[in-house]
Design a protein around this ligand. Structure first.
Ligand SMILES: Nc1ncnc2c1ncn2[C@@H]1O[C@H](COP(=O)(O)OP(=O)(O)O)[C@@H](O)[C@H]1O
Ligand SMILES: [Mg+2]
Length: 454
């Protein structure tokens, strides 16, 4: 978007979104906007959301971030944030309770299994669609947390004539989600209902218009042609190059341009004071950090440089590429120190346990026990993958000779992988633990679970 919020070019892509919106009343339709970082996916996605709302379609939105992938059920929580408790009240009691627990709207009841969550998400989407066409709009879908992806995929595989559309923006095709296509919500629907719209490079004229609208500078055509070549039609990169141009521009376009986006970002970040970079690292590591967790004063130079936006109760990067550049530049020791500090600051027990694990260099039973507890909470919310991951972290941190031997945690983790539908991972884990020749009772449960998989 330009400073005035106007989308430049991309008319054919917008026509595809309009077609999606027109098709929703006829039943499930999924449209994926795919392209490299900075190419303009979010800009097109935003315009799609705006058009949907303008035509009276209800829209549920979520914008995933890299740090949020490790935050259990964040995407579902964001999507369903505007859905009031009275709508949840229309669902059968076990599904309503499962959703309320998953979305942290109620303390977790004893004995919660989370098993009803995927079915509850399906019922909720059906209930919402009874009120009229509905669009589920997810930006940066490659970062949807696994528990949300699992519940949404389950629902999308079962939706049919309900007037529901999905508009997903996703990085690709080179940088797919780490877990592959299975984790992509847009891949869950039947192939006949899915379309992918690739976003290619923008023209010199389009880039010129975007740079002019954003920076107020008109750049002579020879230089603009060189910028477009250097950034391969990528508007984010073009805007970054433009931000670095000297005040006086040579008309003939003769000016050294940065060879890569990473280099421009490195130069910009390198110019910020150390305190600011430290505060930015906190923001990158912590999804949606509130001003209470980060030194907002130290962030000021980054805010002035347009790298972060400080909103009431939340600090966010103006583009995820800034968060990634900051994260990639942080040293291992710095990250460990940071996780140690954040463990004491975050309120959520699962987040605390994950930070403690990431801060640990040696085995530590007290951290492993916190991870066990966090795993039980994740399981109760309906996030078996997260529960399994937390147990695997606990296994790594179990000291030799601990009262709770690693094999028991491995068997419990394997059970969670089974519940999450990842049988291969469960089998690999069980075979690995059996190869260590564990003692009697645990060996028996590992063998029994493995037998279920054959
Ligand atoms: N078609 C467009 N019109 C106006 N501005 C655009 C357009 N495409 C991208 N931009 C701007 O370029 C930058 C990168 O685009 P963005 O949508 O964030 O890319 P992506 O989501 O693919 O990483 C943003 O500042 C965005 O507002
Ligand atoms: Mg984006």
């Amino acid at each position: 978007m330009t400073a005035t919020g106007q989308l430049v070019a991309r008319a054919p892509e917008i026509e595809r979104i309009d077609a999606l919106l027109r098709a929703i009343p006829g039943g499930l339709e999924v449209l994926t906007i795919e392209g490299e970082p900075g190419i303009g996916k979010t800009a097109v996605w935003h315009e799609g959301v705006r058009r949907a709302r303008a035509m009276g379609t209800s829209v549920l939105t979520a914008r995933a971030t890299a740090a949020e992938r490790a935050l259990t059920l964040t995407t579902l929580t964001d999507l369903f944030d505007p859905v009031g408790d009275e709508v949840l009240g229309r669902l059968p009691a076990p599904q309503r309770d499962a959703l309320r627990t998953a979305l942290l709207r109620t303390p977790q009841p004893a004995g919660a299994t989370g098993r009803a969550l995927p079915a509850a998400v399906l019922s909720l989407l059906r209930a919402l669609a009874l009120d009229g066409p509905l669009l589920i709009a997810v930006d940066d879908a490659q970062w949807v947390d696994p528990a949300s992806a699992r519940a949404l995929s389950y629902a999308l595989r079962r939706l049919d004539t309900e007037p529901i559309g999905v508009l997903a923006a996703v990085r690709g095709p080179a940088a797919r989600a780490p877990a592959g296509d299975a984790a992509r919500i847009d891949a869950a629907a039947d192939v006949r209902r899915r379309t992918t719209v690739p976003l290619g490079p923008l023209s010199v004229a389009a880039l010129h218009e975007i740079v002019k609208a954003r920076t107020g500078r008109a750049i002579a055509r020879p230089l603009m042609v060189r910028i477009a070549e250097a950034c391969v039609g990528n508007p984010f990169f073009a805007l970054e190059i433009a931000a670095e141009l000297p005040p006086e521009l040579p008309a003939d376009g003769r000016l050294p341009l940065p060879p890569s986006l990473d280099e421009v970002l490195g130069t910009r970040l390198g110019r910020l004071p150390g305190r600011t970079r430290e505060a930015l690292t906190v923001c990158a590591v912590l999804a949606g950090p509130g001003p209470d967790l980060v030194d907002v004063g130290a962030l000021e130079p980054a805010e002035r440089a347009g790298i972060v936006v400080v909103e009431p109760g939340r600090v966010r990067f103006s583009h995820p590429l800034f968060a990634e550049a900051v994260w990639n530049r942080a040293g291992a020791a710095q990250l460990r120190r940071l996780h140690r500090r954040l463990a004491d600051l975050v309120a959520d027990p699962e987040q605390r346990a994950r930070h403690l694990a990431l801060a640990s260099v040696t085995s530590d039973e007290s951290v492993a026990v916190e991870l066990d507890r966090a795993s039980a909470l994740a399981r109760g919310r309906g996030a078996p993958q997260a529960a399994a991951e937390l147990l695997e972290l606990a296994v790594e941190l179990t000291p030799p000779g601990a009262a709770n031997p690693p094999v028991r945690r491995c068997v419990a983790a394997a059970q969670q992988w089974i519940d999450a539908g990842d049988l291969v991972r469960a089998q690999t884990l069980l075979e690995r633990v059996l190869a260590d020749g564990p003692a009697a009772p645990a060996r028996g449960s590992a063998l029994a679970l493995l037998a279920q998989l054959h």
